[in-house]
Every structure is written in structure tokens, then in C-alpha cells.
Design a protein. Structure first.
Length: 150
């Protein structure tokens, strides 16, 4: 019994949900923040209540895109990049803690009528999802970025 408590503590703090990892220099499979001087093209997205227009975007592996996102709806919206599993987790957390502040590099928060930019480099081929994780928005307000191999 004496050895079980240190073992449980070790297991808890070695799992990703309890560890304190600094992701600022870690490249994840969705890519990484891009540099303005390396933007190859601009893609405009419009958020309307319960959808993104367009809902599907194609980019090339290695490409750096400047997303210009306008909230054309009547409610605040967000654009968050990630895997669908990650986005679902975030949407669930937003329902439980709607007032918590968020500041991820792959997140835009827009008030009605507001326009913002996100510069992103797509480092790996595959599919990346984006969504508005706010409560009541996620089920309909999502899209896909198809990253094509060079």
C-alpha cells in the first residue's frame, strides 16, 4: 500500500492531461504559425451564423496561407484549427466553461462584423479541420482544409 500512492502520482503527472508541456516551439500535425513574408496566397473565409463559407479549402504541403476571416454573422464566432477529435474536445470544454479565456496560436476570435487574419504554414499532407467551438455552434459550423502532397 505504501508504494501505490507514489505510483499513482507518477502516472497522473506523466499523462498529457496533467503534464505541463510548453507547446510554443512544438510543431504539431496541423502545421505551425507562418511568417508574413512567406505567404504564398490569401484565402478569404466568411463566418455566418452556423457555417463557414467556403467550408472546404485546398492548400499544398509546405504552403503558408494568410486566412482573412470575416464574421458576417450576428453573434461572436471563432475559427480553431485541429483534428476533429481535438475540436470536439474543445467544444465540450467550452460548453462546460464558457467564460474561460483562450489564446491558442491556431485560434481566431471575432465579434460580429469583425475581420482578422491568421497566417499558417501547412507542414504535412493530410486533412485538417476547423470549427467554431462556441456552445451551440460546433455541430454545424465547421470545415475542412485538404493539404495536398507536393
Amino acid at each position: 500500500m505504501n508504494g501505490i500512492i507514489p505510483f499513482v502520482v507518477l502516472v497522473l503527472f506523466s499523462t498529457s492531461s496533467y503534464s505541463n508541456t510548453n507547446y510554443s516551439n512544438v510543431e504539431v500535425d496541423i502545421g505551425r504559425p507562418g511568417e508574413a513574408d512567406k505567404v504564398s496566397r490569401i484565402i478569404k473565409l466568411t463566418q455566418v451564423d452556423n457555417m463557414f463559407l467556403p467550408a472546404e479549402v485546398k492548400v499544398n504541403e509546405g504552403e503558408t496561407i494568410r486566412f482573412v476571416v470575416k464574421n458576417g454573422g450576428n453573434h461572436p464566432h471563432e475559427m480553431l484549427l485541429g483534428s476533429m477529435a481535438e475540436l470536439k474536445k474543445v467544444a465540450n470544454m467550452r460548453r462546460m466553461y464558457p467564460d474561460k479565456e483562450h489564446s491558442e496560436a491556431h485560434l481566431l476570435q471575432l465579434e460580429p462584423g469583425e475581420q482578422k487574419e491568421l497566417i499558417w504554414q501547412f507542414t504535412h499532407a493530410g486533412t485538417i479541420d476547423f470549427a467554431c467551438p462556441l456552445p451551440g455552434h460546433f455541430k454545424k459550423m465547421h470545415g475542412t482544409i485538404i493539404v495536398e502532397k507536393k
